[in-house]
Ligand binder design. Structure first.
Ligand code: E4P
Length: 216
């Protein structure tokens, strides 16, 4: 499973890039709004100069014709831009039209396997089930990820399942076990994934013993 970083913060992207474990970045309007009025285009281009992989930028138009125009604009920002389009009737038409033009699409706000299937059939490159938001309303978000993966594999659909709206380290493990091709994680999850109290205790013990052994 690949890891993408779910952020519009260039500082967070730079900090995470040094580990070599991040293969792409996902942004959305809510993440951009936290960045204090920065130009979306400039921020995406900055991110693309740090991470050499798919960078998702999200459309805000609501009609298919407008979505197609907006998607063309976002895709022109950088060759690695993947355009996010939410699934609904207008969105699905736009996904089909954009994919036919060679624009890579990440279908966002997926909350059911049927939505994921439609997005994949329409030509989306990535399909993003929102795990945490489904959990929030008492449904099993990770089960939907598992079912999306199973359906795509059964029918040879090329769309990649991108587990999104992940909130804690167990979500990442569960996404990997569910067969997600990618998990996009908020920057706070990266240090949480690295840490284990027994690792800290172990490092300290080896340092103490290294001093006793005279090698430190
Ligand atoms: C990423 O593509 C999604 O927009 C993001 O993971 C949503 O996360 P949230 O539910 O925590 O806002």
């Amino acid at each position: 499973m690949q890891l993408f970083l779910d952020t519009a913060s260039i500082a967070d992207v730079r900090a995470a890039a040094r580990y070599g474990v991040i293969s792409g970045v996902t942004t959305n309007p809510s993440l951009l709004a936290k960045e204090g009025g920065v130009s979306y285009r400039e921020r995406v281009q900055e991110i693309a100069s740090v991470i050499d992989g798919p960078i998702s930028a999200e459309c805000v138009s609501r009609k298919a014709d407008d979505l197609v125009l907006e998607a063309r604009e976002l895709a022109s920002w950088h060759p690695n831009v993947v355009v996010k389009i939410p699934i609904d009737e207008e969105g699905l038409e736009a996904i089909h039209r954009c994919s036919s033009e060679g624009i890579r699409i990440n279908t966002t706000l997926i909350f059911s396997v049927n939505q994921a299937l439609l997005a994949a059939l329409a030509g989306a490159t990535f399909v993003s089930p929102f795990v945490g938001r489904l959990d929030d309303v008492g449904e099993d978000g990770m089960e939907m990820v598992r079912q999306c993966v199973a359906v795509f594999e059964s029918y040879g659909l090329s769309a990649r399942v991108l587990a999104a709206s992940l909130r804690h380290p167990l979500h990442v493990t569960a996404a990997a076990l569910a067969g997600a091709h990618i998990a996009t994680i908020p920057p706070t999850l990266l240090p949480q994934m690295m840490k284990h109290p027994l690792t800290d205790v172990g490092i300290q013990r080896f340092l103490d013993d290294a001093r006793k052994a005279g090698i430190l």
